[in-house]
Design a protein around this ligand. Structure first.
Ligand code: GS8
Length: 224
């Protein structure tokens, strides 16, 4: 594993790419990061098109020249290949199934409802805001509960899958005009707890930078 070549194709604000960054950091793997420069205009680099010809999406983990696409697939791959470090997924099959379920939930529901908050004109939000808050509350109640991390006492797969959204909370709150801390205090406390880990704090994008990007995006596409 010493001489392995590990490359990550990413786009800095992406929570999907953040998943892979945090997993690599948790395992202490050195890698080369390559930014997709022109993502918002829909232009994909030749390397991305070659490495992910099916979806042409980041993140792509390239291990010794071979691509692994889809963020959660990449996180599981990292966990299986670098076994000498603490495991990211639980060892019990049922717990593992539940971890996969919630990781999938955050990538689908939080992504979908969260996106509608900043791609919708302010006056037209209507049900989108409620859907988003409900999806967060459900995650807090059903998956996190009173535990410090989703998997229990230690940081793991669902934390890795979800923590990238924490950087987007500011965008959701600003465009949705609500406080996530007021709605989901345990989830916000969890986010702060995760930020105390170096693997997280050094991998997460800056929330104000994301906000500025979204302001630009809304201007460019006439969403005001
Ligand atoms: C989603 C990746 C994705 O949406 C995963 O890896 O988990 N299910 C995939 N990537 C976005 C950037 S982050 O919002 C992307 O690459 N979009 C480009 C496109 O849709 O063409």
């Amino acid at each position: 594993m010493e001489n392995d070549e590990v490359i990550l194709l990413g786009f800095w604000p992406s929570y999907f790419a953040t998943r892979v960054k945090v997993a690599l950091a948790e395992k202490g793997i050195e890698y080369k990061y390559k930014e997709e420069e022109d993502m918002l205009s829909g232009n994909k680099s030749p390397l991305l098109q070659k490495m992910n010809p099916i979806h042409r999406k980041i993140p792509v983990l390239i291990h010794n020249g071979k691509p692994v696409c889809e963020s959660l697939v990449a996180v599981e791959y990292i966990d299986e290949v670098w076994k000498d470090r603490a495991p990211l997924l639980p060892s019990d099959p049922y717990e593992r199934s539940q971890a996969r379920f919630w990781a999938d939930y955050t990538g689908k529901k939080l992504y979908e409802f969260g996106r509608s908050l900043w791609t919708t004109k302010r006056g037209e939000l209507l049900g989108g805001k409620k859907d988003f808050i409900d999806s967060l509350k459900l995650l807090e109640l059903e998956a996190l509960g009173d535990k410090p991390y989703f998997g229990g006492e230690s940081f793991g797969f669902v934390d890795i899958a979800t923590i990238g959204f924490y950087s987007w909370f500011y965008v959701y709150e600003t465009f949705g005009n609500f406080s996530i801390e007021a709605e989901c205090p345990k989830l916000v406390a969890w986010g702060k707890r995760c930020m105390q880990r170096e693997s997280v704090s050094k991998s997460l994008p800056d929330r104000h930078k994301i906000y500025e990007l979204i302001v630009e995006f809304r201007k460019k596409y006439g969403v005001e």
